[in-house]
Ligand binder design. Structure first.
Ligand SMILES: C[C@@](CO)(OP(=O)(O)O)[C@H](O)COP(=O)(O)OP(=O)(O)OC[C@H]1O[C@@H](n2ccc(N)nc2=O)[C@H](O)[C@@H]1O
Ligand SMILES: Nc1ncnc2c1ncn2[C@@H]1O[C@H](COP(=O)(O)OP(=O)(O)O)[C@@H](O)[C@H]1O
Length: 282
């Protein structure tokens, strides 16, 4: 018996950091948005052992892969004797700010809960998921949502318009931990307006959504990699209405009216050493 599951990436339409916690994590307030770009997991039931293979974007398939971590966590928590053979078709760029690892972990939890007939609720899966990564609970929920706490306190929002999204991922990745470490919360002078973005999304006008985009982590990652500023300018020049870094970066995204416009604009981009993907909000 087996299952095929889509694991969608995300972008952050807003990302605010409120404070540093004693455990080193940060309290955030962000509007998360699923995108059509996804990895695909094929999961087959087997006795005991967890096995992982992968194709597509290069990613480690060792014990540090979040798919294996998610499967082992579920085994430990439920005491099941079941195992799984998992194949990952990796399409989401790695260490990109698109939650590629978190979404694979979320898909593994969902898939194995079904395949092993564990009967865990989504809330229970989210409580386990946050132990694997702060973005895992959102990846279990999907759609559009406000995330608070370290990212695990979620308020779902009405479905946002299916704006097109052009993603530009430079050849390098960034460490999320290093970006948060580089942030001095007290020195932040500007914060995204979460409520205004909620209103803009409800109103559904791209120009209003574009005006409210904001990510306080940009100051850190753009400081480390000034070439990201050039990518932002290029996306604006070709006609993207709103342009922002996703998460801790380094992926820069630009919004368009729809997926067709994103495909058209992506074709015009000549950005050496960058991966360009046209997708949409879902
Ligand atoms: C920045 C964001 C925005 O959505 O996304 P990405 O850039 O990773 O996609 C998230 O906050 C990242 O979520 P995720 O990547 O799941 O984080 P984790 O694996 O739990 O944490 C990696 C490291 O980031 C730091 N971290 C993460 C979340 C948070 N609220 N505060 C933090 O300080 C911690 O140092 C932690 O050790
Ligand atoms: N299934 C996976 N897919 C992608 N990255 C993974 C996976 N499992 C573990 N990782 C590791 O997680 C780290 C963060 O990758 P990723 O989740 O893609 O980026 P981000 O946190 O910026 O959204 C990388 O160092 C990567 O090696």
């Amino acid at each position: 018996m087996g299952l095929t599951i889509k694991a969608h990436g995300k972008i952050n339409l807003t990302l605010d950091v409120l404070s540093r916690r004693p455990d080193g994590y940060h309290d955030v307030e962000m509007i998360m948005q699923s995108i059509a770009l996804h990895d695909t997991l094929r999961i087959e039931d087997q006795e005991e052992e967890i096995m992982l293979t992968a194709a597509g974007q290069p990613v480690s398939i060792d014990e540090d892969n979040l798919i294996i971590k998610a499967a082992r966590l579920l085994q430990q928590q439920t005491g099941t004797q079941r195992g799984a053979k998992i194949h990952l078709q990796k399409e989401i760029p790695v260490a990109a700010g698109l939650a590629g690892g978190s979404t694979d972990a979320a898909a593994t939890l969902r898939g194995l809960n079904e395949l092993w007939q564990l009967g865990l609720s989504r809330k229970q899966l989210m409580e386990l998921g946050v132990r694997l990564g702060a973005d895992v609970p959102f990846c279990l929920l999907g759609g559009t949502a406000i995330a608070r706490g370290i990212g695990e306190e979620l308020t779902p929002l009405p479905a946002a318009p299916n704006f097109g999204v052009v993603l530009v991922k430079p050849a390098f990745g960034v460490s999320t931990a290093a970006v948060y470490r580089g942030l001095n919360v007290a020195s932040l002078r500007q914060h995204p307006r979460t409520n205004s973005m909620v209103d803009a999304l409800r109103f559904g006008q791209l120009s209003a959504v574009a005006d409210e985009l904001g990510n306080v982590l940009e100051s850190v990652t753009l400081g480390l990699y000034p070439e990201l500023q050039e990518i932002k300018e290029t996306l604006t020049e070709v006609g993207c209405q709103g342009v922002l870094m996703s998460g801790s970066g380094p992926t820069i995204f630009g919004l368009t009216e729809d997926a067709a416009a994103a495909i058209k604009l992506a074709r015009q981009l000549a950005l050496p050493n960058c991966k360009v993907v046209a997708t949409a909000m879902v």
